[in-house]
Ligand binder design. Structure first.
Ligand code: SAH
Length: 348
């Protein structure tokens, strides 16, 4: 199989073109076609000679990420995209228009092996990792389709980004690099269920990205009830790793807490959460759970969620309830892909 040219960093592409005997400015042009003009094919690269274009075509590929479906929410303009990859797998991504700019949520894997109980993405298990090129492709396609600049990227779609660590780092480098879309690191968020060794590695990169931790339970027992990964990595160790990340990068951690009615939304749960977060410089995002049909989890009603938030706020915790986006279009993580696959499209 031909190598994918879109996974090369700016410096690597220069080196590669030098090996091929090409002039340095050719590498610059190709990189610009790929990562600024967002070309999907070599034939678009019209300022390159025909010979060079066919030479590139013969040696390289650009991983296809092609739009299959786009659903737009009538409530808030959120758009959900389904993309087909070169091997027939499908992934989903979301565009959320905010006042401060367009935010794109991308997938990092086809499926997921983390097994969180309320999450639709994990039900069929992990199919494979996405390459850096396939992660970039989601952002690039959405920017092209919408015709508007993407200013924020969150890696919160299907998959566990720290379970695909090497590709994630390449993706981040190209996405935020000055020769590509140059999205500010501060506008990029990576969400993890808490793969502790990788959190330490990421901290050492000293990136200015935001790390979001899926907490969902404020005691070891509660967390393990919802997230199997908690059996492997204990809550106490996770919190130490979070503190390390903050110390190394100066970036405040965001904690995500899906409110599941009757499971983690009681007064006692709020108190346990206060105990965990009160000495930490962090942000807490409460997400009323998005029910999926395979599981019997329900979201708390508005009042319970609001009381939960108020209690935390009174204790000085910086907390928001996440605004529900695109509730009318297969809202929860992985639901759109799942319904597509179940209806006989793509590969399971
Ligand atoms: N694997 C990563 C990122 C993917 S999920 C992680 O675990 O963080 C992004 C966030 O959405 C996580 O906090 C996840 O727990 C949450 N999530 C998944 N399914 C959900 C659902 N049905 N309702 C509410 N939150 C959900």
């Amino acid at each position: 199989m031909k190598k994918d040219i879109r996974v090369y960093t700016y410096e690597q592409l220069h080196r590669e073109m030098e090996i091929q005997g090409e002039k340095a400015f050719r590498a610059k042009q190709i990189y610009e076609w790929l990562h600024v003009k967002l070309a999907d094919s070599f034939s678009e690269m019209t300022n390159l000679s025909k010979e060079l274009r066919s030479q590139l075509e013969a040696s390289w590929q650009i991983a296809p990420v092609s739009m299959l479906e786009c659903q737009e929410s009538r409530l808030d303009g959120t758009r959900k995209f389904l993309f087909r990859l070169g091997d027939g797998n499908v992934v989903e991504s979301v565009l959320m228009p905010y006042k401060h700019g367009n935010s794109v949520c991308i997938s990092s894997q086809v499926g997921c092996r983390m097994g969180c109980r309320f999450c639709a993405s994990t039900i069929g298990g992990l199919e494979r990792n996405l390459t850096a090129s396939e992660m970039l492709g989601q952002v690039y396609q959405i920017q092209k389709q919408s015709g508007e600049r993407v200013s924020n990227v969150v890696v919160m779609g299907t998959g566990e980004p720290l379970d695909n660590y090497e590709n994630l780092l390449v993706f981040l480098q190209i996405l935020t690099g000055e020769h590509g879309l140059h999205i500010s690191q501060r506008n990029v968020t990576i969400s993890t269920c808490g793969i502790i060794p990788k959190m330490y590695e990421l901290a050492k990169e000293h990136l200015q990205i935001t790390l979001a931790i899926s907490l969902h339970g404020a005691t070891q027992e509660k967390r393990a009830q919802l997230m199997p990964i908690a059996n492997q990595y204990k809550l106490s160790d996770l919190l130490i790793a979070c503190d390390d990340y903050f110390r190394e990068t100066g970036r405040r951690i965001t904690f995500e807490y899906s409110l599941v009615h009757g499971i983690n939304d009681t007064e006692k749960d709020a108190e346990a959460l206060i105990f965990v977060l009160k000495e930490r410089n962090c942000h807490l995002n409460l997400i009323p759970v998005n029910p999926i049909k395979e599981r019997n989890f329900q979201k708390p009603d508005r009042k319970i969620a609001q009381n939960f938030k108020n209690k935390l706020e009174k204790s000085g915790i910086n907390v928001t309830i996440r605004r529900e986006m695109g509730a009318d279009i297969d809202g929860a993580c992985g639901q759109l892909r799942r319904s597509y696959v179940q209806n006989g499209g793509g590969k399971a």
